[in-house]
Write a protein that binds this ligand. Structure first.
Ligand SMILES: Cc1ncc(COP(=O)(O)O)c(C=O)c1O
Length: 402
């Protein structure tokens, strides 16, 4: 497949615009006072993983087209949507996906929950590589399954697998592993060898491998994300791969994601549960995703990552200049993961400085599971002036350490 249209120029300055979101029912700004005691008027919301940017114009136009038509009925005929996914995965990730392997769920937390429901039983256990995206443990536990926390090794500020230590944690009731690739938090892009080792671990313990690749497009220049089916083709009989447009294009409110299952037997089990749960697609999500997976969308993502690279450098330079704070060098994602361990403070102390003194809301590391306790996660996908402001506030809040 080749790109059929000329690629439009996207100006990086489009990400500089400050867009007022407070008062629009967005969780990031409109829930920060209630949950963290930081008012949106004085605070900076750097927690929830959505961006302060509009999506590319092609996505906006798709929604405007729906609005102009003005009839919002059920979605049908997904051929164009599936073709867009297949085009994107082939062009951006070198992967040819068969259309029949693709399911559409109401986002990937929903996709994860559907996998837990389809492939495990209450009382079974699911492996997570912690610290990891907090909603995984939430849905696993809510479904009456246990979480096995296999800790990543923090090697001088870079997460590494520690698989030999994980083998002995596996119980006879362990049925599944959920991988986050690239990893949130910490932003690791797992290498082919690391993905291979994870696949072997799942084979060794007869686990279903759910590979959540929602951050697959948010990879910094010089890094390369490998989709799990290419890294370990021999595990497709136990593999569920998940992707979405929502994180990449900042359209998470459209709540749609793709669960991709190559193996027909696994697919039949998943299809049966989708049917039992009555899940059918959200038309807004599919219209937006079809528009996003295009040449214009691709150019926008490239411009976005160049902009985020600037934010990341600025934030890391400013934060790493504060003695005791260390920001992990991100290979992917816009979610800076800052370790406060060397300040010697306990989490209540450094959280108070960030929330009360600096008036910044960041995600608390402990919610990401074992190994996250001394961290906070800061969302850098914002106009640069906001990141500059955040760095200045943090430097002031920790000025006594300088
Ligand atoms: C790894 C991962 N999976 C899933 C999600 C959320 O997915 P959705 O909004 O499609 O439910 C996030 C959000 O940050 C995430 O980081």
């Amino acid at each position: 497949m080749t790109i059929a249209h000329p690629i439009p120029q996207i100006s990086p300055t489009c990400f500089d615009e400050v867009i007022q979101r407070h008062g629009t029912h967005c969780v990031k700004w409109d829930m920060m006072e209630k949950l963290y005691g930081v008012p949106a008027q004085t605070g900076i919301a750097m927690w929830v993983a959505d961006m302060e940017f509009r999506p590319p114009a092609c996505v906006q136009q798709a929604v405007e087209g729906m609005a102009a038509h003005g009839v919002y009925g059920y979605y049908g005929d997904d051929a164009e949507y599936l073709a867009a996914i297949r085009w994107w995965m082939a062009n951006r990730h070198d992967w040819e996906v068969p259309a029949e392997a693709i399911f559409t769920t109401h986002g990937l937390v929903n996709g994860t929950a559907m996998c837990v429901d389809s492939f495990t039983q209450p009382g079974d256990a699911v492996v997570l590589m912690t610290p990891v995206y907090h909603a995984f443990a939430r849905v696993i536990k809510a479904a009456g399954r246990d979480v096995i926390e296999c800790k990543l090794r923090n090697d001088a500020g870079r997460y590494m697998l520690d698989i030999s230590g994980w083998d002995e944690q596996i119980t006879p009731r362990t049925r599944m592993m959920i991988l986050c690739s690239p990893h949130n938090p910490g932003g690791r892009v797992w290498s082919r060898d690391e993905l291979r080792a994870i696949a072997d671990f799942c084979k060794r313990h007869d686990l279903i491998l759910v590979s959540d690749e929602i951050h697959h497009d948010l990879v910094f220049p010089g890094q390369h994300h490998t989709v799990m089916p290419l890294a370990a083709p021999d595990v497709v009989d136990r593999l569920v791969m998940m992707t979405a447009t929502t994180k990449t294009f900042n359209i998470a409110g459209s709540h749609s994601g793709n669960v991709i299952i190559l193996d027909p037997a696994l697919r039949a089990r998943f299809a049966a549960r989708m049917n039992a749960m009555g899940i059918s697609p959200n038309s807004f999500g599919l219209f937006m995703a079809t528009a996003a997976y295009s040449a214009e969308g691709a150019a926008w993502v490239d411009a976005l990552m160049a902009y985020l690279e600037g934010n990341r450098r600025l934030f890391d330079d400013g934060v790493n200049a504060i003695p005791g704070l260390r920001s992990m060098p991100l290979e992917a994602t816009y979610l800076a993961w800052v370790d406060f361990a060397d300040t010697g403070m306990d989490s209540a102390d450094f959280i108070a400085r960030v929330q009360t003194d600096a008036q910044i809301v960041a995600n608390h590391g402990a919610t990401f599971g074992a190994g996250g306790e001394s961290f906070l996660r800061f969302n850098l996908a914002a106009p640069r002036e906001q990141v500059i402001d955040a760095v200045a506030r943090l430097q002031k809040a920790f000025a006594d350490l300088q």
